[in-house]
Each structure stands twice: as C-alpha cells, then as structure tokens.
Unconditional design. Sequence first.
Length: 365
Amino acid sequence: MEKIGEFSKRCEATVKTLRYYDKLGLLIPDFIDKFTGYRYYGLGKIEEMRRITELKNIGFSLEEIKRFCDGGDEEKKRQMIWEKRRALESAAANTAKALCELAELEQKIDLDASKKKGEKTMGNKFNMPFENDEDAVGRWEIIATPEKKEDFDPAKTNAKNAPFEEIYFLPDGERYWGFGWTKGFLLITFGDGLLCPYEIEKTAGETYMFLEHGGEHGSQTWVLRQSDKKRYTKREIGRSDDIDLPFADDENTLGKWSSVDFVREIEDFDPAKRRWQDDLFLCAVEFSQNGEARQFFNRENENAYSVKWTKGMLLEQSGDGNLAPAYEIRKIGDTDYMFLEWKSGDYIWGRRKPGYYVLSREKNG
C-alpha cells in the first residue's frame, strides 16, 4: 500500500482532494494508522479514482458520483446515465443555437464586404470564391455514413449516423443555417467549421454525393442521394408558423418569468434537479397587457427583444420566418412553471421537435 502523498502522485490528484473524498465517503483509504493518522491506499483504489475522475469529467457532481459508485440497483445507474445524457443534449442544443447565430452574423458581415467589392463569394471565413456546380443544386437526403466510400452498397441497407436528415445546396451558394457551398466543397459552419470535399456519381438511375466529413469524432463518408434538382430559396426550405392570430387574454401569464432549466420533454423537468440555471441562452420573458411581450438574453435585462403573445403561445417575426412557440403553465408544489417551446434553427431548418425552456414567475412580476 502507498501513503497518501505517493498515491496522489500516481492518481494525479492533490492530497487535499483525496482527504476531501475520504470525508465524503467517496474514496476511503484501505488503512488509517490510528497512531499517526496516515492514510494508506492499495492498488485497487486506482481504478476507483479513475472512475470518479471519468464521471466528474462528464458532468456528474460528487454527490451523484457517490450514489453511482455505491453499487445497488443497476436500473438506477441507467436512470442516472439517461438523465445526464438528457442534460448534455440540452446544453448542446443551447450551444448549437448560439453557434448558428454567430455563423449567420459572420455571413452577413462577409457578404456585405463582398458586395462592396463587387464580388460573388461564399461569405465565410474560408474566403473561397463561389464557383457554380449545377449538378449539386437541389435537395439531398443523407442515407448512409460508411467509414469510406468503397463500403457503400446502394443495393443494401446502410447504417446512418449523422446529425441531419437532409442538406440543401441553394443556387449561387446561398447559405442557410450552418451550410454553404462552392463547387467541390460543402461548408459546415457548426463548431469550428468544416470544409468537406464532395464527389457526385450517378448509379442505377440515382444520383449520389460522397462527402468526406472529418469531424472531431473521426473521419467518415456521408452518402447523400439527390431527391430533386429544384432551385430552392432559403425561405422555401425553412419552417414558418402562422402568427396571424387574434389576441386572447390570459391573466395567469402576465408578469416576468425567469428561466430555470431546459428540457427535451416537459415530463423531464424536476425542480430538485435543475441542470442549466446559469447557462441558459434565454434568460427571461416578460408578458404585458394587450399581447405585448419582451424576451431577455442576459441576466442584466439588456438587449430585450419585443414579440407578441396570445393565450398559449408567443408570436415572433424574424428574417428566418414567423414562429409561434407554444407555452404551458403547470403548478408543481407551490410554484407555477411555464414550459415554453424553443424553436431554434433545429426546428426551422432541421425540422426537429423543439425542446422546452422552463421558467418560473418572478415574485415581483
């Protein structure tokens, strides 16, 4: 067995951390000398420490780690993993929304600069001039994601592991959401951005695109099948809701509501297990009389965005299309919570089911 100082070096943890873990009952020494108070750790504790570090790195609190490592019901462990996955998905959704908006802002700046110079460019940070490819224009469905092109067989069922169902190549390389293109390349602006080379081939009456996707999780090939060659516009391919609705009052809605969580499904919310109180993009919504409302995107209540509302939904106008996110108020315990649909680019362009911001009424609201 090793003294605590030697064990801390082996585990790359401080002595203070090991003593704290012992106090919590999270990592208990194999032996404590009752005369000197020295802690001793056997080799078996290395694996326990490794497990604690792994769980901590993926977002588990020390209390959750203790419950997870205490053994017991395997189903409870699966439930904890499922809840953590949900929380991470919610965080990813918020991050994706912010990244999309940054990409759109960057696009507008670059496009304005290009227009001043009289150039036709993709308007992206790679600064590639746009070159047309009529064979690429249209709607493409992602049907497979083999490791390499040669693994794809159109006569067989192929596995698909991609975050999107379809990609549009708009005329003149026009960008939408997180996508742009020029001849031979698809630009994906999510994250740090990817410039993915593509090849187009026709086989057995179908047109396929083989896209080399070198993301952070390794290289793979995306196989896309052309659904049609229609020259879509950005407005045509985005979802847009009907917001031409008469105002219907709802006294229970009035006041200011602050975001306390984000969930994929309403039933996922647990007031005792809030995950994202300090990391939420939408911070608050204030409902006023006569259908006026304001959304706030920082805790200082600056940069308010004016929208409309009617009973059961907000009514928003934007350049990407009109949106009508629904809300529902539920009383849990003694607190009223509002569950507000979040219709981001995932909903507009990705056609995914929206998640929900969870808001609680401010006491002075």
